[in-house]
Structure formats: C-alpha cells, structure tokens
Design a protein around this ligand. Structure first.
Ligand code: ADP
Length: 382
C-alpha cells in the first residue's frame, strides 16, 4: 500500500469518528428533549384528566340538581322543541315530552293556555306557574312551578271574603229594604180605604210602583253580586265596550259626550260578559249621576303588559279626598237616592274575574273628574 493511500484512509477514519461523536451528542440531546417532552405530555394529560374529572363532577352535580328540583324544568332548542326534561316536568305535563314542540305539549296538558302564566290550569287539576328564560344558545328554559295549593287557598279566601261581604250586604240590605217596603205597604193599604177618588188611587198606585221598583233594583244588584263569578267565555274587550255603549246611549241626556276608544282591537278576556258589561255600565252610570250638566265620558280599552285595562273616566266633579277611601264600601253613598251598592258590586265582579278595580289618582288622566281603572288578565288569542 502506498503512503498516499494510507494517509487518505487515516483521514477518513478521523472524519468518521468525528461524525459518530457528533451523532452521539445529537442523539443524546434528542433523547433528552424527547424525555422532557414525554414528561410534559404526561403532566398535561394528568392535568387534563383532573380538569375532565372536575367537569364531569360538576355536570353530574348539575344534572342531579335539575333531576331533583321540585319544579319542572323543560329545555327547548331554538325551534321550541323539547330537548331536555326533568321528572317533575313529566309529572306535571305527562308524556311524551321529548322532541315535541313545547307549544303542542302545553296545548294538550293545559285547560287554557296563555291566559295567565302565573296560574295555568292543567288537565290533571293542578295549577302551574310558567316562567321562561332565553338561553344564550338560542334555546329557552321553561320552569314550571306547582302553585295548586296557593291557587286553592286564594280561591278559598276569595270565597270567604265574598261570604263576609255578602253577610255585610245582607245586614245593610235589611235597612235598604225597610224604607221602600214600608212606603209600598202604606200606599197599598191606603188604596183599600173606602171612598178614594180615582186621582188618589192613581197617586197611591204610582207611589207603590215607585217603591217596588226601588226594591226590584236592589234585588237585581244583589243578583249581580251573587253571579259575579259564574260561567266564563272569551270576550273581546272592544265588543264589550260596544255593548256598554248600546245600553248607555238611550240614557244619555243632552250635553253628555260619550267616547269609546280601543287602543288594542284584539284584546280579549275570559269573562262572564253580562256581569262585566254591567260592572262597566255601573261606573259609567255613576259618572252620569255625579255630573250636573255637561259631561265628557270616556271608555278606553288598552293593553298593559299581560293585562287588559278598561278605563272609565269623566270630567265631572270628581271624588273628594275624604271619601276616596270609602267609595267601595257596601252601602256607602253620597247621593240622596243612592244605595251605595254599585261600586262594591263592581269590585266583587272584577275580583271574581281575577282582576282589580281602583280609583286612579285625581288628575291622573287629565280629565279633572273621576277615573276608574279595571285591570283584568288578558287572554291571548291565536
Ligand atoms: P251609589 O251610586 O248608589 O251612591 P256607588 O257604590 O255606586 O253607590 O257609589 C258610591 C259613591 O261613590 C257615590 O255615592 C259617589 O259619592 C261616589 N262616586 C262614584 N262614582 C263617581 C263619579 N264618577 N264621580 C263622582 N263620584 C262618584
């Protein structure tokens, strides 16, 4: 072998050794990096599994909470389809629930829908309060609370209250009946006396009939009171005001201007129409009786949130501050020929419709006279 060849083999060996050393160093570095990476992955995996365990724990707790809630929980997707329920919801609404439109579920489970979400009557005989909240995802969560006991208690109390009022009315009624009855008896007995002229007889008959009519009015008022809560139907509020106007127009004297205004033409209430008509008529008649000559009388129907309001306002003399508190009391009257039953009947009829009636603050409607506000639950129509 020549010297040159030996030299070149030596150089190659050195280069190879250097390459192996470099390779060894890089391999060691790589293996170190790989170990560090593996440790990091293991740590991340441990952290992730901790986080997952936390989330699962939270989800399990939430689900147990929803399942155990005494109220019904129904989750709807963006199209109003039921996608989640809890056992209380099944108990209240019945099955099937899942994957059905909530509106259909409610139509089948409830006796009436939309009337008053605070006490919807279900076919099962239960009453529920329905509250709905939008979810960020576009869906909705519906919470159904069983308010049957509270509802029954309210019905019971209203009945008790009516009985109590009826008792007071009966006591006062005896007084009211006595005067016209005594007058009728007196004139009727005078008619039986001998040698009465025809004119005398006619006068006695007129007086007798007048007193009997007074008694008849009393009986009718009492009947209206007693029937305040009878059968209900869907009634359009504007049609109702039209009926009031029909009754009222023949009684309007010269100088009285009657205006009927309806701000919500589709407004409906569930009501005993004749009772409600006579309640509004009562308020309007009071306005006619209170005013001497000119009078602007307005009947207004409007929606206020989920409520229907009928506002009867006049620009008559108004109601003095010292009697405002007393006008709804049975037999309270400031009129010579009044019996003081009118407003207590209005109150009783409206309360039997789950509504309220109040005298608005004087000047609230800018008429200067008296303004009564009837407030009733509005019924949704399709
Ligand atoms: P009555 O009409 O027989 O007096 P109500 O119970 O209907 O009985 O009314 C009670 C009282 O309320 C009336 O006597 C009157 O003082 C007062 N009142 C009611 N409505 C009006 C009104 N629109 N304007 C002035 N006073 C009124």
């Amino acid at each position: 072998m020549s010297a040159t060849l030996l030299e070149s083999t030596d150089t190659q060996r050195h280069e190879l050794q250097a390459a192996f050393r470099a390779f060894g160093t890089v391999s060691e570095q790589l293996s170190g990096a790989f170990d560090a990476l593996r440790d990091q992955v293991a740590q991340l995996r441990a952290e992730l599994s901790d986080a997952n365990a936390g989330k699962e724990h939270l989800a399990a707790r939430l689900s147990a909470l929803v399942q155990g809630l005494p109220g019904g929980v129904v989750v709807l997707d963006a199209d109003g389809i039921v996608i989640e329920i809890n056992p209380a919801a099944v108990q209240l609404l019945g099955e099937p629930l899942l994957l059905r439109p909530f509106i259909t579920v409610l139509e089948q489970a409830a006796v009436t829908t939309g009337a008053s979400p605070e006490h919807t009557e279900l076919r099962s005989g239960k009453y529920v309060n329905i509250s709905r909240r939008e979810l960020g995802s576009g869906g909705e969560v519906v919470l159904l609370t069983d308010v049957t006991e509270a509802h029954l208690m309210r019905v019971f109390l209203t009945r008790q209250q009516r009985l109590l009022t009826l008792g007071e009315l009966a006591a006062g009624l005896a007084h009211q009946i006595r005067t016209p009855l005594a007058t009728a008896l007196l004139y009727a007995s005078q008619m039986a006396l001998p040698d009465r002229s025809l004119a005398d007889l006619r006068r006695c008959a007129e007086k007798t009939v007048g007193s009997l009519k007074q008694l008849d009015r009393l009986v009718n008022d009492m009947l209206a009171f007693a029937h305040g809560g009878a059968a209900r139907e869907l009634v359009s509020v504007s049609a109702l005001l039209e009926q009031v106007a029909q009754w009222l127009r023949p009684a309007l004297r010269k100088g009285v201007r009657l205006t009927i205004r309806t701000q919500a033409p589709n407004l409906t209430v569930r009501a005993n129409a004749p009772s409600l008509v006579s309640a509004v008529l009562n308020l309007a008649t009071n306005a006619l009786q209170a005013a001497r000559a000119d009078l602007d009388l307005e009947l207004l129907a409007r929606r206020s949130g989920g409520r229907a309001q009928i506002i009867v306002s006049d620009n008559g003399p108004g109601i003095p501050a010292q009697v405002r508190e007393r006008i709804f009391e049975p037999f309270f009257t400031t009129r010579t020929h009044g019996n003081g039953i009118g407003l207590s009947i209005v109150k009783s009829v409206i309360e039997a419709h789950h509504g309220s009636v109040r005298l608005a603050d004087s000047g609230a409607f800018g008429t200067g006279g008296a303004t009564f506000v009837i407030d009733l639950p509005a019924e949704e129509t399709a």
